[in-house]
Design a protein around this ligand. Sequence first.
Ligand code: BES
Ligand code: ZN
Ligand code: ZN
Length: 505
Amino acid sequence: MQIESTNGSYRDLDVQAIAIAVFKDEKADADGFLKELDSVTGGVIKSVIESEELKGKEAETVYLHLVGNSEIKAQRLLLVGVGERGDYTSAQASQMAGTAVRALRGKNVKSIAVLPRLEGNAEDIASVVVEGAFMALFDPDKYRTEDKESREISKLVVVMDGADETELQRGAERGRIIGESVNFTRDLANEPGAYMTPTNMSERAREVATEFGLSIDVLDEARMEQEGMGSLLSVSHGSDEPAKLIILKYTPSNASEDGGELLAFVGKGITFDSGGISLKPGENMELMKYDMTGGATVMGAMRAIAQIKPSIPVLGVVPCSENLPSGKATKPGDVVRAMTGKTIEVINTDAEGRLILADAIAYARKLGATRIVDIATLTGAVSIALGDVNTAVIGTDQELIGEIVAAGKEAGEKFWQLPLDKEYSKQIKSDIADIKNVGGRKAGTITAAAFLKEFTDGVSWAHLDIAGTAWSDEAKPYRAKGPTGVAVRTFIRIVARAAAKHSGS
Ligand code: BES
Ligand code: ZN
Ligand code: ZN
Protein backbone atom coordinates (compact mmCIF):
# COMPACT_ATOMS: atom_id res chain seq x y z
CA MET A 1 0.00 0.00 0.00
CA GLN A 2 1.37 3.33 -1.10
CA ILE A 3 1.03 6.07 1.54
CA GLU A 4 0.58 9.73 0.70
CA SER A 5 -0.49 12.79 2.60
CA THR A 6 -1.79 16.22 1.75
CA ASN A 7 -2.77 19.47 3.42
CA GLY A 8 -4.87 20.43 0.42
CA SER A 9 -8.52 19.98 -0.39
CA TYR A 10 -10.13 16.54 -0.52
CA ARG A 11 -12.21 17.63 -3.51
CA ASP A 12 -9.62 17.17 -6.23
CA LEU A 13 -7.88 14.04 -4.94
CA ASP A 14 -7.26 11.28 -7.40
CA VAL A 15 -8.77 8.44 -5.33
CA GLN A 16 -11.80 6.22 -5.70
CA ALA A 17 -13.24 6.91 -2.27
CA ILE A 18 -13.04 9.43 0.53
CA ALA A 19 -13.67 8.49 4.15
CA ILE A 20 -14.75 11.26 6.48
CA ALA A 21 -15.15 11.31 10.26
CA VAL A 22 -18.55 12.50 11.48
CA PHE A 23 -19.17 13.46 15.10
CA LYS A 24 -22.14 12.42 17.17
CA ASP A 25 -25.20 14.53 16.43
CA GLU A 26 -23.24 16.70 14.02
CA LYS A 27 -25.55 18.60 11.70
CA ALA A 28 -25.10 19.61 8.09
CA ASP A 29 -27.01 22.85 8.37
CA ALA A 30 -24.92 24.49 11.08
CA ASP A 31 -22.00 26.50 9.80
CA GLY A 32 -19.08 24.18 9.41
CA PHE A 33 -17.48 21.27 7.66
CA LEU A 34 -20.55 19.14 7.01
CA LYS A 35 -22.40 22.08 5.52
CA GLU A 36 -19.60 22.59 3.03
CA LEU A 37 -19.46 18.86 2.32
CA ASP A 38 -23.21 18.88 1.81
CA SER A 39 -23.02 21.69 -0.70
CA VAL A 40 -20.26 20.05 -2.79
CA THR A 41 -22.05 16.71 -2.82
CA GLY A 42 -25.39 18.01 -4.00
CA GLY A 43 -27.19 17.86 -0.65
CA VAL A 44 -26.64 14.21 0.08
CA ILE A 45 -25.13 14.73 3.55
CA LYS A 46 -28.11 16.59 4.87
CA SER A 47 -30.38 13.92 3.58
CA VAL A 48 -28.37 11.15 5.30
CA ILE A 49 -28.32 13.00 8.61
CA GLU A 50 -31.96 14.06 8.53
CA SER A 51 -33.04 10.50 7.85
CA GLU A 52 -31.08 9.54 11.01
CA GLU A 53 -29.35 6.81 9.08
CA LEU A 54 -26.15 8.16 10.60
CA LYS A 55 -26.07 9.56 14.12
CA GLY A 56 -22.31 9.72 14.37
CA LYS A 57 -21.95 6.93 16.92
CA GLU A 58 -18.56 5.22 16.97
CA ALA A 59 -17.96 2.86 14.01
CA GLU A 60 -21.31 3.61 12.35
CA THR A 61 -20.83 3.90 8.60
CA VAL A 62 -22.79 5.13 5.61
CA TYR A 63 -21.51 4.41 2.13
CA LEU A 64 -22.55 6.60 -0.79
CA HIS A 65 -21.98 6.78 -4.51
CA LEU A 66 -21.70 10.41 -5.54
CA VAL A 67 -23.55 10.95 -8.75
CA GLY A 68 -25.22 14.00 -10.21
CA ASN A 69 -24.25 17.29 -8.65
CA SER A 70 -21.07 16.24 -6.86
CA GLU A 71 -18.08 18.54 -7.14
CA ILE A 72 -15.77 15.93 -5.64
CA LYS A 73 -13.49 14.01 -7.96
CA ALA A 74 -13.77 10.77 -5.96
CA GLN A 75 -16.98 8.99 -6.77
CA ARG A 76 -17.59 7.27 -3.49
CA LEU A 77 -17.92 8.55 0.02
CA LEU A 78 -17.81 6.76 3.35
CA LEU A 79 -19.06 8.60 6.40
CA VAL A 80 -17.66 7.12 9.60
CA GLY A 81 -19.16 7.93 12.99
CA VAL A 82 -16.55 8.73 15.65
CA GLY A 83 -18.68 9.55 18.69
CA GLU A 84 -18.61 12.70 20.81
CA ARG A 85 -16.40 15.48 19.53
CA GLY A 86 -15.12 16.12 23.07
CA ASP A 87 -13.94 12.49 23.45
CA TYR A 88 -12.27 12.34 20.06
CA THR A 89 -8.55 11.61 20.41
CA SER A 90 -5.85 9.81 18.45
CA ALA A 91 -7.17 6.42 19.61
CA GLN A 92 -10.55 7.06 17.97
CA ALA A 93 -8.96 8.60 14.86
CA SER A 94 -6.80 5.51 14.44
CA GLN A 95 -9.86 3.26 14.71
CA MET A 96 -11.80 5.52 12.36
CA ALA A 97 -9.12 5.05 9.71
CA GLY A 98 -9.17 1.31 10.36
CA THR A 99 -12.93 1.08 10.08
CA ALA A 100 -12.77 3.08 6.85
CA VAL A 101 -10.18 0.98 5.04
CA ARG A 102 -11.69 -2.31 6.19
CA ALA A 103 -15.16 -1.27 5.04
CA LEU A 104 -13.92 0.14 1.74
CA ARG A 105 -11.78 -2.88 0.97
CA GLY A 106 -14.99 -4.85 1.30
CA LYS A 107 -16.45 -2.63 -1.41
CA ASN A 108 -13.50 -3.38 -3.66
CA VAL A 109 -12.15 0.16 -3.45
CA LYS A 110 -8.44 0.39 -4.31
CA SER A 111 -7.53 3.96 -3.45
CA ILE A 112 -8.74 5.88 -0.41
CA ALA A 113 -8.36 9.29 1.15
CA VAL A 114 -9.02 9.57 4.89
CA LEU A 115 -10.08 12.79 6.61
CA PRO A 116 -9.68 12.11 10.35
CA ARG A 117 -10.77 15.64 11.32
CA LEU A 118 -8.64 15.60 14.45
CA GLU A 119 -6.87 18.77 15.54
CA GLY A 120 -3.35 18.63 16.92
CA ASN A 121 0.17 17.59 16.02
CA ALA A 122 0.08 16.65 12.33
CA GLU A 123 2.93 14.16 12.57
CA ASP A 124 1.29 12.26 15.43
CA ILE A 125 -2.13 12.28 13.80
CA ALA A 126 -0.84 11.11 10.42
CA SER A 127 1.02 8.34 12.21
CA VAL A 128 -2.00 6.98 14.13
CA VAL A 129 -4.18 7.15 11.01
CA VAL A 130 -1.72 5.12 8.96
CA GLU A 131 -1.11 2.70 11.86
CA GLY A 132 -4.85 2.14 12.13
CA ALA A 133 -5.14 1.53 8.41
CA PHE A 134 -2.36 -1.05 8.31
CA MET A 135 -3.67 -2.84 11.38
CA ALA A 136 -7.16 -2.98 9.91
CA LEU A 137 -5.94 -4.70 6.76
CA PHE A 138 -4.34 -7.63 8.60
CA ASP A 139 -6.23 -10.91 8.38
CA PRO A 140 -5.27 -14.14 10.13
CA ASP A 141 -6.30 -16.28 7.13
CA LYS A 142 -2.79 -17.12 5.97
CA TYR A 143 -3.43 -20.84 5.64
CA ARG A 144 -6.78 -20.60 3.91
CA THR A 145 -6.84 -21.68 0.30
CA GLU A 146 -10.50 -20.79 -0.25
CA ASP A 147 -12.50 -17.63 0.53
CA LYS A 148 -9.33 -15.79 1.43
CA GLU A 149 -9.48 -12.01 1.53
CA SER A 150 -7.51 -11.22 -1.59
CA ARG A 151 -8.57 -7.64 -2.23
CA GLU A 152 -5.88 -5.09 -1.67
CA ILE A 153 -5.77 -1.36 -1.26
CA SER A 154 -3.04 0.19 -3.34
CA LYS A 155 -3.13 3.80 -2.15
CA LEU A 156 -3.99 5.62 1.06
CA VAL A 157 -3.94 9.42 1.34
CA VAL A 158 -4.10 11.15 4.72
CA VAL A 159 -5.80 14.54 4.41
CA MET A 160 -5.26 17.24 7.02
CA ASP A 161 -6.34 20.65 6.01
CA GLY A 162 -3.66 23.29 6.55
CA ALA A 163 -1.16 20.97 8.26
CA ASP A 164 2.56 21.22 7.67
CA GLU A 165 3.38 19.00 4.69
CA THR A 166 6.73 17.72 6.01
CA GLU A 167 5.25 16.86 9.38
CA LEU A 168 2.41 15.02 7.69
CA GLN A 169 4.79 13.05 5.55
CA ARG A 170 7.06 12.18 8.44
CA GLY A 171 4.07 11.00 10.46
CA ALA A 172 2.67 8.94 7.60
CA GLU A 173 6.03 7.20 7.13
CA ARG A 174 6.33 6.51 10.86
CA GLY A 175 2.79 5.16 10.82
CA ARG A 176 3.71 2.76 8.03
CA ILE A 177 6.72 1.48 9.97
CA ILE A 178 4.69 1.04 13.15
CA GLY A 179 1.65 -0.49 11.43
CA GLU A 180 3.78 -3.01 9.55
CA SER A 181 5.63 -3.90 12.74
CA VAL A 182 2.40 -4.47 14.67
CA ASN A 183 1.28 -6.79 11.87
CA PHE A 184 4.65 -8.55 11.95
CA THR A 185 3.98 -9.32 15.63
CA ARG A 186 0.44 -10.49 14.86
CA ASP A 187 1.70 -12.74 12.10
CA LEU A 188 4.15 -14.44 14.48
CA ALA A 189 1.48 -14.80 17.18
CA ASN A 190 -0.89 -16.36 14.68
CA GLU A 191 1.56 -19.04 13.50
CA PRO A 192 0.81 -22.61 14.58
CA GLY A 193 3.26 -24.04 17.10
CA ALA A 194 4.69 -26.36 14.47
CA TYR A 195 5.79 -23.40 12.33
CA MET A 196 6.90 -21.17 15.18
CA THR A 197 9.27 -23.19 17.32
CA PRO A 198 12.00 -21.47 19.37
CA THR A 199 14.37 -22.11 16.46
CA ASN A 200 11.93 -20.56 13.94
CA MET A 201 11.49 -17.60 16.21
CA SER A 202 15.22 -17.03 16.43
CA GLU A 203 15.42 -17.26 12.63
CA ARG A 204 12.72 -14.63 12.28
CA ALA A 205 14.67 -12.45 14.70
CA ARG A 206 17.81 -12.89 12.58
CA GLU A 207 15.90 -11.82 9.47
CA VAL A 208 14.69 -8.68 11.22
CA ALA A 209 18.18 -7.92 12.54
CA THR A 210 19.73 -8.29 9.09
CA GLU A 211 17.04 -6.39 7.23
CA PHE A 212 16.84 -3.41 9.57
CA GLY A 213 20.28 -3.31 11.15
CA LEU A 214 20.08 -4.59 14.73
CA SER A 215 22.78 -6.56 16.46
CA ILE A 216 21.71 -10.08 17.40
CA ASP A 217 22.92 -12.88 19.59
CA VAL A 218 21.07 -16.16 20.07
CA LEU A 219 22.06 -18.27 23.06
CA ASP A 220 21.64 -22.01 22.56
CA GLU A 221 21.13 -24.45 25.43
CA ALA A 222 24.86 -25.01 25.92
CA ARG A 223 25.41 -21.31 26.51
CA MET A 224 22.39 -21.18 28.80
CA GLU A 225 23.98 -23.99 30.84
CA GLN A 226 27.17 -21.96 31.09
CA GLU A 227 25.19 -18.98 32.32
CA GLY A 228 23.46 -21.17 34.90
CA MET A 229 19.98 -20.59 33.52
CA GLY A 230 18.45 -23.63 35.22
CA SER A 231 15.05 -22.02 35.43
CA LEU A 232 14.69 -21.32 31.70
CA LEU A 233 16.21 -24.70 30.79
CA SER A 234 13.84 -26.59 33.09
CA VAL A 235 10.92 -25.55 30.88
CA SER A 236 12.36 -27.01 27.67
CA HIS A 237 13.32 -30.38 29.23
CA GLY A 238 10.10 -31.99 28.07
CA SER A 239 10.45 -30.82 24.49
CA ASP A 240 12.43 -32.08 21.51
CA GLU A 241 12.86 -28.49 20.37
CA PRO A 242 15.81 -26.73 21.99
CA ALA A 243 15.23 -23.47 23.87
CA LYS A 244 16.67 -20.24 22.47
CA LEU A 245 17.42 -16.93 24.10
CA ILE A 246 17.24 -14.13 21.54
CA ILE A 247 19.06 -10.87 22.20
CA LEU A 248 18.41 -7.94 19.88
CA LYS A 249 20.07 -4.59 20.37
CA TYR A 250 19.53 -1.22 18.81
CA THR A 251 22.41 1.25 19.21
CA PRO A 252 21.99 4.82 17.94
CA SER A 253 24.66 6.00 15.54
CA ASN A 254 25.44 9.00 17.72
CA ALA A 255 25.75 6.71 20.74
CA SER A 256 26.94 8.82 23.61
CA GLU A 257 27.88 7.49 27.00
CA ASP A 258 24.64 8.46 28.66
CA GLY A 259 25.56 7.37 32.15
CA GLY A 260 25.03 3.82 30.89
CA GLU A 261 21.22 4.08 30.70
CA LEU A 262 19.78 1.08 28.90
CA LEU A 263 16.08 0.36 28.44
CA ALA A 264 15.28 -3.32 27.94
CA PHE A 265 12.15 -5.11 26.76
CA VAL A 266 11.86 -8.76 27.79
CA GLY A 267 9.13 -10.90 26.21
CA LYS A 268 7.82 -14.40 27.01
CA GLY A 269 8.33 -16.69 24.03
CA ILE A 270 6.56 -19.96 24.87
CA THR A 271 5.88 -21.19 21.35
CA PHE A 272 3.37 -23.70 22.65
CA ASP A 273 2.10 -24.09 26.20
CA SER A 274 0.50 -27.47 26.86
CA GLY A 275 1.04 -26.95 30.57
CA GLY A 276 3.74 -29.65 30.64
CA ILE A 277 3.22 -32.43 33.22
CA SER A 278 0.58 -30.16 34.81
CA LEU A 279 -1.25 -30.64 31.51
CA LYS A 280 -3.91 -28.13 30.52
CA PRO A 281 -7.45 -29.28 29.66
CA GLY A 282 -7.93 -29.88 25.92
CA GLU A 283 -10.56 -27.22 25.41
CA ASN A 284 -9.04 -24.17 23.71
CA MET A 285 -5.55 -25.56 24.09
CA GLU A 286 -4.90 -24.72 20.43
CA LEU A 287 -4.86 -21.07 21.47
CA MET A 288 -1.69 -21.67 23.44
CA LYS A 289 0.25 -21.15 20.22
CA TYR A 290 0.00 -17.44 21.11
CA ASP A 291 1.90 -17.88 24.35
CA MET A 292 4.90 -16.38 22.57
CA THR A 293 3.14 -13.08 21.92
CA GLY A 294 5.18 -11.20 24.54
CA GLY A 295 8.32 -12.22 22.67
CA ALA A 296 6.78 -11.36 19.31
CA THR A 297 5.82 -7.95 20.73
CA VAL A 298 9.42 -7.27 21.68
CA MET A 299 10.57 -8.37 18.20
CA GLY A 300 7.94 -6.19 16.50
CA ALA A 301 8.86 -3.16 18.59
CA MET A 302 12.59 -3.67 17.90
CA ARG A 303 11.79 -3.98 14.19
CA ALA A 304 10.17 -0.54 14.26
CA ILE A 305 12.78 1.03 16.54
CA ALA A 306 15.54 -0.04 14.13
CA GLN A 307 13.81 1.99 11.42
CA ILE A 308 12.72 4.99 13.48
CA LYS A 309 16.24 5.32 14.88
CA PRO A 310 15.71 7.04 18.24
CA SER A 311 18.68 8.59 20.06
CA ILE A 312 18.83 6.04 22.89
CA PRO A 313 19.90 2.37 22.88
CA VAL A 314 17.28 -0.35 23.36
CA LEU A 315 17.72 -3.99 24.27
CA GLY A 316 15.24 -6.75 23.38
CA VAL A 317 15.44 -10.10 25.19
CA VAL A 318 13.22 -13.02 24.16
CA PRO A 319 13.47 -16.38 25.94
CA CYS A 320 11.86 -19.07 23.76
CA SER A 321 10.80 -22.58 24.66
CA GLU A 322 8.05 -25.11 24.20
CA ASN A 323 6.25 -26.39 27.30
CA LEU A 324 5.45 -30.07 26.73
CA PRO A 325 5.13 -33.22 28.83
CA SER A 326 7.48 -36.16 28.26
CA GLY A 327 9.63 -38.62 30.18
CA LYS A 328 12.25 -35.90 30.41
CA ALA A 329 9.93 -33.10 31.47
CA THR A 330 10.25 -31.20 34.73
CA LYS A 331 7.88 -32.59 37.36
CA PRO A 332 5.83 -30.77 39.97
CA GLY A 333 7.97 -30.77 43.12
CA ASP A 334 11.27 -30.46 41.26
CA VAL A 335 13.64 -27.73 42.38
CA VAL A 336 15.57 -25.69 39.83
CA ARG A 337 18.33 -23.11 40.24
CA ALA A 338 18.01 -19.81 38.38
CA MET A 339 20.88 -17.79 36.95
CA THR A 340 20.87 -15.53 40.02
CA GLY A 341 21.44 -18.58 42.25
CA LYS A 342 17.92 -18.47 43.62
CA THR A 343 16.23 -21.87 43.95
CA ILE A 344 12.67 -22.42 42.79
CA GLU A 345 10.29 -25.20 43.70
CA VAL A 346 8.21 -25.94 40.61
CA ILE A 347 4.76 -26.60 42.06
CA ASN A 348 2.96 -26.35 38.72
CA THR A 349 4.73 -26.82 35.39
CA ASP A 350 2.02 -24.73 33.75
CA ALA A 351 3.39 -21.63 35.49
CA GLU A 352 6.32 -21.79 33.07
CA GLY A 353 6.33 -18.23 31.75
CA ARG A 354 7.74 -16.81 34.96
CA LEU A 355 10.44 -19.51 34.94
CA ILE A 356 11.80 -18.48 31.55
CA LEU A 357 11.40 -14.75 32.31
CA ALA A 358 13.33 -15.09 35.57
CA ASP A 359 16.53 -15.96 33.73
CA ALA A 360 15.83 -13.58 30.84
CA ILE A 361 15.42 -10.66 33.26
CA ALA A 362 18.62 -11.64 35.05
CA TYR A 363 20.43 -11.81 31.71
CA ALA A 364 19.08 -8.40 30.64
CA ARG A 365 20.60 -7.02 33.82
CA LYS A 366 23.89 -8.74 33.04
CA LEU A 367 23.84 -6.97 29.65
CA GLY A 368 23.52 -3.64 31.43
CA ALA A 369 19.78 -2.96 31.47
CA THR A 370 18.91 -0.14 33.84
CA ARG A 371 15.15 -0.17 33.16
CA ILE A 372 13.28 -3.35 32.31
CA VAL A 373 9.78 -3.75 30.93
CA ASP A 374 8.73 -7.37 30.56
CA ILE A 375 5.67 -8.51 28.67
CA ALA A 376 3.95 -11.87 28.79
CA THR A 377 0.76 -13.84 28.33
CA LEU A 378 1.39 -14.83 31.91
CA THR A 379 -1.85 -15.59 33.73
CA GLY A 380 -5.43 -16.58 32.97
CA ALA A 381 -6.29 -14.57 36.10
CA VAL A 382 -5.66 -11.28 34.32
CA SER A 383 -8.64 -11.93 32.04
CA ILE A 384 -10.82 -12.36 35.09
CA ALA A 385 -9.57 -9.08 36.54
CA LEU A 386 -9.44 -6.85 33.45
CA GLY A 387 -11.06 -8.75 30.58
CA ASP A 388 -9.81 -7.97 27.10
CA VAL A 389 -9.91 -4.20 27.59
CA ASN A 390 -6.94 -3.31 29.79
CA THR A 391 -3.46 -4.80 29.97
CA ALA A 392 -2.28 -5.21 33.56
CA VAL A 393 0.83 -3.30 34.54
CA ILE A 394 2.66 -4.04 37.78
CA GLY A 395 6.11 -2.98 38.91
CA THR A 396 8.56 -1.42 41.29
CA ASP A 397 9.15 1.92 39.55
CA GLN A 398 6.13 4.20 39.65
CA GLU A 399 7.67 6.63 37.18
CA LEU A 400 8.22 3.86 34.64
CA ILE A 401 4.64 2.65 35.15
CA GLY A 402 3.43 6.22 34.60
CA GLU A 403 5.42 6.36 31.35
CA ILE A 404 3.86 3.10 30.16
CA VAL A 405 0.33 4.32 30.89
CA ALA A 406 1.02 7.70 29.23
CA ALA A 407 2.67 6.12 26.17
CA GLY A 408 -0.32 3.78 25.97
CA LYS A 409 -2.69 6.74 25.88
CA GLU A 410 -0.76 8.23 22.96
CA ALA A 411 -0.91 4.89 21.18
CA GLY A 412 -4.57 4.24 21.95
CA GLU A 413 -3.80 1.25 24.21
CA LYS A 414 -5.07 0.85 27.76
CA PHE A 415 -3.05 -0.20 30.78
CA TRP A 416 -4.29 -0.57 34.32
CA GLN A 417 -2.00 -0.82 37.29
CA LEU A 418 -2.38 -3.59 39.87
CA PRO A 419 -0.71 -3.36 43.29
CA LEU A 420 2.44 -5.18 44.36
CA ASP A 421 2.48 -4.90 48.14
CA LYS A 422 5.12 -7.00 49.82
CA GLU A 423 2.44 -9.07 51.56
CA TYR A 424 1.75 -10.85 48.27
CA SER A 425 5.27 -12.28 48.28
CA LYS A 426 4.34 -14.49 51.26
CA GLN A 427 2.21 -16.54 48.85
CA ILE A 428 5.28 -17.68 46.90
CA LYS A 429 7.35 -18.86 49.89
CA SER A 430 8.45 -22.47 49.53
CA ASP A 431 8.99 -25.04 52.26
CA ILE A 432 12.08 -26.49 50.64
CA ALA A 433 13.50 -23.80 48.30
CA ASP A 434 13.85 -20.01 48.18
CA ILE A 435 10.55 -19.54 46.37
CA LYS A 436 7.89 -21.56 44.55
CA ASN A 437 6.45 -20.82 41.14
CA VAL A 438 2.78 -20.47 42.10
CA GLY A 439 1.06 -18.50 44.81
CA GLY A 440 -2.34 -20.17 45.08
CA ARG A 441 -5.71 -19.07 43.80
CA LYS A 442 -5.74 -15.55 45.18
CA ALA A 443 -4.40 -12.62 43.15
CA GLY A 444 -2.81 -14.85 40.51
CA THR A 445 -1.63 -12.00 38.28
CA ILE A 446 -0.01 -10.20 41.21
CA THR A 447 1.75 -13.23 42.68
CA ALA A 448 3.18 -13.99 39.22
CA ALA A 449 4.62 -10.46 39.22
CA ALA A 450 5.85 -10.92 42.80
CA PHE A 451 7.76 -13.95 41.51
CA LEU A 452 9.38 -11.97 38.68
CA LYS A 453 10.32 -9.18 41.07
CA GLU A 454 12.64 -11.63 42.82
CA PHE A 455 14.87 -11.54 39.75
CA THR A 456 14.98 -7.80 39.13
CA ASP A 457 17.40 -7.18 41.99
CA GLY A 458 16.25 -3.66 42.61
CA VAL A 459 16.54 -2.43 39.02
CA SER A 460 13.71 -0.23 37.71
CA TRP A 461 11.10 -2.69 36.44
CA ALA A 462 7.54 -3.05 35.20
CA HIS A 463 5.66 -6.11 34.04
CA LEU A 464 2.79 -6.28 31.55
CA ASP A 465 0.37 -9.21 31.50
CA ILE A 466 -1.23 -9.39 28.06
CA ALA A 467 -2.94 -12.78 28.43
CA GLY A 468 -6.32 -11.02 28.20
CA THR A 469 -5.52 -8.44 25.52
CA ALA A 470 -3.21 -10.17 23.04
CA TRP A 471 -5.95 -12.24 21.41
CA SER A 472 -9.39 -11.09 20.39
CA ASP A 473 -12.24 -13.59 20.15
CA GLU A 474 -14.36 -11.22 18.12
CA ALA A 475 -13.78 -9.08 15.05
CA LYS A 476 -14.11 -5.31 15.36
CA PRO A 477 -14.99 -2.94 12.48
CA TYR A 478 -11.35 -1.83 12.55
CA ARG A 479 -9.66 -5.16 13.28
CA ALA A 480 -9.97 -8.84 12.43
CA LYS A 481 -10.32 -11.31 15.25
CA GLY A 482 -7.23 -13.13 16.46
CA PRO A 483 -3.88 -11.61 17.46
CA THR A 484 -4.18 -7.92 18.34
CA GLY A 485 -0.52 -6.87 18.42
CA VAL A 486 -1.22 -5.04 21.69
CA ALA A 487 1.65 -3.03 23.23
CA VAL A 488 3.88 -2.84 20.13
CA ARG A 489 2.67 0.72 19.54
CA THR A 490 3.08 1.56 23.22
CA PHE A 491 6.63 0.17 23.36
CA ILE A 492 7.66 2.32 20.41
CA ARG A 493 6.24 5.39 22.14
CA ILE A 494 7.92 4.54 25.45
CA VAL A 495 11.21 4.68 23.57
CA ALA A 496 10.28 7.88 21.72
CA ARG A 497 9.34 9.56 25.00
CA ALA A 498 12.56 8.41 26.69
CA ALA A 499 14.59 9.63 23.70
CA ALA A 500 12.87 13.03 23.77
CA LYS A 501 13.59 13.36 27.50
CA HIS A 502 17.18 12.32 26.94
CA SER A 503 17.85 14.84 24.18
CA GLY A 504 15.99 17.52 26.15
CA SER A 505 18.12 17.00 29.23
N1 BES B 1 0.16 -19.19 29.22
C1 BES B 1 -0.56 -19.35 30.41
C2 BES B 1 -1.46 -18.16 30.74
C3 BES B 1 -2.58 -17.92 29.78
C4 BES B 1 -3.84 -18.44 30.03
C5 BES B 1 -2.40 -17.15 28.67
C6 BES B 1 -4.87 -18.18 29.15
C7 BES B 1 -3.43 -16.89 27.81
C8 BES B 1 -4.68 -17.41 28.05
C9 BES B 1 0.37 -19.54 31.60
O1 BES B 1 1.55 -20.18 31.32
C10 BES B 1 -0.37 -20.36 32.59
O2 BES B 1 -0.70 -21.47 32.28
N2 BES B 1 -0.61 -19.79 33.77
C11 BES B 1 -1.32 -20.46 34.78
C12 BES B 1 -0.64 -20.16 36.09
C13 BES B 1 -1.12 -20.99 37.23
C14 BES B 1 -0.70 -22.42 37.04
C15 BES B 1 -0.56 -20.42 38.51
C16 BES B 1 -2.77 -19.96 34.79
O3 BES B 1 -2.98 -18.76 34.58
O4 BES B 1 -3.65 -20.77 34.98
ZN1 ZN C 1 1.40 -22.28 31.36
ZN1 ZN D 1 2.23 -19.94 29.33
